[in-house]
Design a protein around this ligand. Structure first.
Ligand code: KIV
Ligand code: NA
Length: 275
């Protein structure tokens, strides 16, 4: 299993870090088998798996439940799990308790926290306690109602400078990596240059140290409307729908199940069951 030292080394030698989300046993197996460098159990599961229209309803319980399944499917890959909405804001004690549960009960290898203001001290406390933290800046979906929508962040000079400061704050607090979501590529490149820790971009251009995509978006599985930054490498939803329609047709016309999918009794046992 790759660890934070490998990720630091990959930044130094310029080898891109690949990250994909996973939420359950099969998706974790697919992602590990494909050879990804790290897995994210993202709170995006609220949208792509649970059908909510934001990540806000996702709970600590949800994150533990899905992390357990992912670890069972990908025991040999570094798994980062999102701390969900408001689980690291109420108090330091409450944040530490929630983080401990996700690590111990879920089995995550690191936790991801959105934001820098008011969060840096939690990053520091978790790090001191032995919990590696990945930071997440730019478009932070848990704050969608504060940001006023899912929009590109750091477009003007002032906002961009604030993002650079926040990134350094997270690094200084102990973050082992930084996810940058939906920021101009020039800004992502500059942050990547100024930080020692690896940056992992999503909608942040090609100059970050790594890339992350949501599993369902990447394989075209159930997420019809995807953001501009997503590239769909397959169209699984239509493959699945075609397979199920064919099953329905074959059951209706009695061509499934056929002999090859059925079991037989021996001739001499048969007489006893006939009425
Ligand atoms: O929840 C998630 O999937 C994420 C990624 C988009 C970075 O946070
Ligand atoms: Na997330």
């Amino acid at each position: 299993m790759k660890t934070r030292l490998d990720f630091m080394n990959m930044k130094q030698i310029g080898e891109p870090i690949t990250m994909v989300t996973a939420y359950d046993y099969p998706s974790a197996k697919h992602v590990e088998q494909a050879g990804v460098d790290m897995i994210l159990v993202g709170d995006s599961l609220g949208m792509v798996v649970l059908g909510y229209d934001s990540t806000i309803p996702v709970t600590v319980e949800d994150m533990i439940h899905h992390t357990k399944a992912v670890k069972r499917g990908a025991n040999d890959t570094f798994v980062v799990t999102d701390m969900p909405f408001m689980s690291y804001h109420l108090s330091k004690a409450e944040s530490m308790k929630n983080a401990t549960r996700i690590m111990q009960e879920g089995g995550a290898d690191a936790l991801k926290l959105e934001g820098a203001d008011g969060v840096a001290e939690i990053i520091e406390a978790l790090t001191h306690g032995g919990i590696p933290v990945v930071s997440h800046l730019g478009l932070t979906p848990q704050s969608v109602n504060v940001l006023g929508g899912y929009k590109v962040q750091g477009k003007n000079a002032m906002a961009a400078r604030k993002l650079i400061d926040d990134a350094k704050k997270c690094q200084d607090a102990g973050a082992i990596a930084l996810v940058l979501e939906c920021v101009p590529q020039q800004l992502a490149e500059e942050i990547t240059k100024q930080l020692e820790i690896p940056t992992i971009g999503i909608g942040a251009g090609a100059k970050t140290d790594g890339q992350v995509l949501v599993y369902h978006d990447l394989i075209g599985y159930g997420s019809e409307k995807v953001p501009k930054f997503v590239k769909k490498y397959a169209a699984l939803a239509s493959t699945v729908e075609q397979a199920i329609s064919q099953y329905i047709i074959e059951v209706k016309n009695r061509s499934f199940p056929d002999e090859s999918h059925s079991f037989n009794m021996k001739e001499e046992e048969l007489f006893s069951i006939y009425g």
